[in-house]
Design a protein around this ligand. Sequence first.
Ligand code: HEM
Length: 466
Amino acid sequence: MRLSRRQLLAGGAAAGLAAGGIYELVDQLGGSPSRPAAQGLTPEQHLLQGVRVVEDNGVEVVVPPLHHQLVTARVKVGESKRELTDAQRSLEDALAKLDAQFEQSPAGLGVTVAWGLPYFRRFVPKLADQHIPVDLRASKSKAKPVPVLLDSRRFPSDPEEMLLESNDVALLLRSDHLDHIAAGAKAIGDLGVFELTSIRKGFAGGGFEGGQGLPKKMAVAAQVPGSFLIPDGSELFLGFTSTQKAGLGPPKIANIEELGFSPGGYFAQGTHLATSHITEDVEAWYVNFPHQERVSTVFRPGLEVKEDVQTVPQGPNDVSDTARVHRDFATSKQIGHSAALQTVSRLAKTAVGTSGAIYGPGTAIPHRADFNTLDNPFFWSADPERDAMSDVPAAGVHFVVFNPSSDDFNRGRLAMDGVLPDGTKLPFHPRDRGQGFNSILRTTHRQNFIVPPRRHRSFPLVELLA
Ligand code: HEM
């Protein structure tokens, strides 16, 4: 069954928000797993409650929500304080209604509202300069004040045609239930304060209960080349589990203030969101990369893993530091995606958070919330030509990650390309075969956002306008 985008979207953006399209298959093919109860709302918008942890290959794995939707938009209200505070009130009312209707969990609906630099520059430039916190670590290494939110940048392995986006706002919706996502998207879409620029849809998880797993079922249904080679039960198109508990930051660690990256202030209990869309050449991955090379480029060169293993232990004792990455590169001319990233994404020594939490060496910092997609590159775009929209489903990831700051994300993303935190730049051509698995990835879009704490999630700072 091949469903063209044009058939689905006769009704434009509004229809796109509610329409499931190929993603309705997720419910037919998957079905929502049982979940522990949620415990009230956190001050953080990006944390989900009631998340289930299962064990695979003796490793604890977080079961992500089934459905995901990321909507980007521009603000379409006037710049007067009156218009902005009216918009702030109507958005906050709608979000508060969703909070009352759904618990902040996969069983309910996770809602995260994030704001881009274009919003702050247009509506509250002076207040933003005053209140967007400084990243103390980045400021020290750059010997000048560096804010926690920076414009998104290009990385060595990015293709020329990748677009750096300039949306005012992004809305992330996560749930096991497609109708909860549709309800959330409609509640915000109907407010009339936003002009949508894109709708991005996807799914995650799948095979922990046995059987084929969602990525394979969805890719096969959409006839993605090479999809029949995806291992049954795999959580991702590329065959390896990516949400093992040890590889995801503990609850508060990605908060702007938690590790002392910045005082936080107005944005304390907020975090930084980096989003990108990445296509994956599934066929090339399984046809051109033998099993051992897939393991070496995802995890670490030379790591031995049995053919049928999908969840590879990456606990604090399995972490690679810069010296290890150099040694492995010297012998193999390869870097592992995880190993290279771990030089930045894991704590080198014990840290005590401002919340009082104690984090041991090897604790992960980034909170990844990425999800698989068949969007090409988006489910819907207000500018199909600029976004190179195609009707043909394509395997990819809507990459979503929460870090304490843009600089912290940039350091990780650079390490993924072999630009290590000790300042060394391993000699790779963009998307070289040994550069992790970058050779089968193509990033098409990227943008950074700040996620305010729940108390300031709607039109941040406008209430402070004179
Ligand atoms: C299509 C794109 C990508 C895929 C399929 C992918 C897949 C994976 C997988 C399978 C792991 C290992 C999971 C584990 O050990 O638990 C991983 C780890 C990770 N990835 Fe990616 N990834 C992708 C892109 C990215 C990007 C763009 C970033 C941005 C910086 C990123 C950041 C990370 C981080 C921080 C880790 C955890 C490393 C650690 O601390 O162990 N990934 N990814």
